[in-house]
Design a protein around this ligand. Structure first.
Ligand SMILES: [Fe+2]
Length: 323
């Protein structure tokens, strides 16, 4: 038995295929209001990412720096989702397919590929374009082979991966098509049943690391008695989605703020998540940086989890990929 297990975690790769590269300016193009356009441009240029389609080279840098792992977990968001409808869009699918191909070639059966929110589609920040699509769900699970719910054991450690967008569907409901809403609800019910079963089936000596892309899902997990009663066995919850600790820090600061409903769906979605961010502490939320990080800090990288084989301790470390 080894002294410890090494788990490599990478999140929010946001690769851009040729088809996505051809859509430069995709975010601003769908915004009609000039002040919102200006806000997005300045936010992109100085804080978030000036060129979201310009960081493909970081995939190679990650592959070179990752080293060997007992497990390599991808915590979602493979493409740039430049059509806002997830992987039902051919260009976004090509991005995700390329990334998965490279990762599978390198890590083979040690790779676990989970879901982010962009695989399924996401309404644009302003402009209200796109949203979740069942066709993206089917293509992600089928053609691409992503695992909606996954479970792996490393000695006493149980690693579980879930789909945050399904769990937090009450928040994302308005981003679905009315004709598809019942389909999403059915997927959510089945997904929650598997999560309840997994937590209820834990042996008292087992410890859990949960992988959940978007922390918006965490308060919904808190409402599940089977999950809540096992939180003492939860070592931590590894999230992605926020890309940089700057946003995690800001989210903690704003935890509990009231939801804002009059500034559009994206603001409603984000403030609803912040309203419930106080529950994140119970789940010991740990952020896996995106590969690129943010423009302001250029703080991208990937994570490494060391799990002691006797189940007594876990250590998290960030490997920066400066640019
Ligand atoms: Fe992301």
């Amino acid at each position: 038995m080894p002294d410890d297990y090494r788990v490599v975690v990478v999140s929010d790769i946001h690769y851009a295929s040729e088809g996505e590269q051809a859509r430069r300016g995709y975010e601003a193009r769908v915004i009609q209001n000039w002040s919102q356009k200006l806000f997005v441009r300045l936010f992109r240029q100085f804080i978030w990412l000036k060129d979201p389609l310009g960081h493909n080279h970081l995939l190679d840098r990650f592959l070179a720096a990752a080293g060997a792992g007992d497990l390599v977990v991808v915590n979602g968001d493979y493409s740039c989702d430049s059509a806002f409808v997830g992987l039902s869009d051919d260009a976004a699918f090509a991005s995700a397919q390329f990334v998965l191909g490279r990762l599978r070639e390198r890590f083979a059966d040690r790779l676990v590929a989970g879901f982010g929110d962009h695989e399924l589609g996401k309404t644009s920040l302003f402009g209200g374009v796109g949203g979740l699509r069942l066709a993206s769900w089917e293509r992600s699970c089928g053609e691409l082979g992503l695992e909606p719910f996954w479970r792996r054991e490393l000695g006493p450690w149980v690693l579980l991966g879930v789909v945050s967008s399904l769990i937090a569907l009450p928040v994302f409901g308005p981003d679905t098509l009315p004709a598809e809403r019942a389909g999403w609800e059915a997927l959510r019910a089945a997904h929650l049943a598997r999560i309840r079963e997994a937590f209820a089936g834990l042996r008292p000596d087992q410890r859990v690391v949960l992988f959940c892309h978007d922390p918006t899902a965490v308060p919904f997990l808190w409402r599940e008695p089977e999950v809540r009663s096992r939180l003492d066995q939860l070592e931590r919850t590894i999230i992605g989605h926020l890309h940089t600790p700057l946003i995690l820090w800001k989210s903690r600061l704003l935890a509990g703020m009231p939801p804002i409903g009059f500034l559009g769906n994206s603001v409603r979605r984000m403030t609803t998540a912040l309203n419930e961010a106080r529950y994140w502490r119970n789940f010991k939320v740990t952020l896996c940086h995106s590969l690129a990080g943010c423009q302001l800090l250029k703080d991208g990288g990937f994570g490494e989890l060391r799990l002691r084989a006797d189940g007594t301790a876990a250590q998290w470390r960030v490997h920066p990929l400066p640019w």
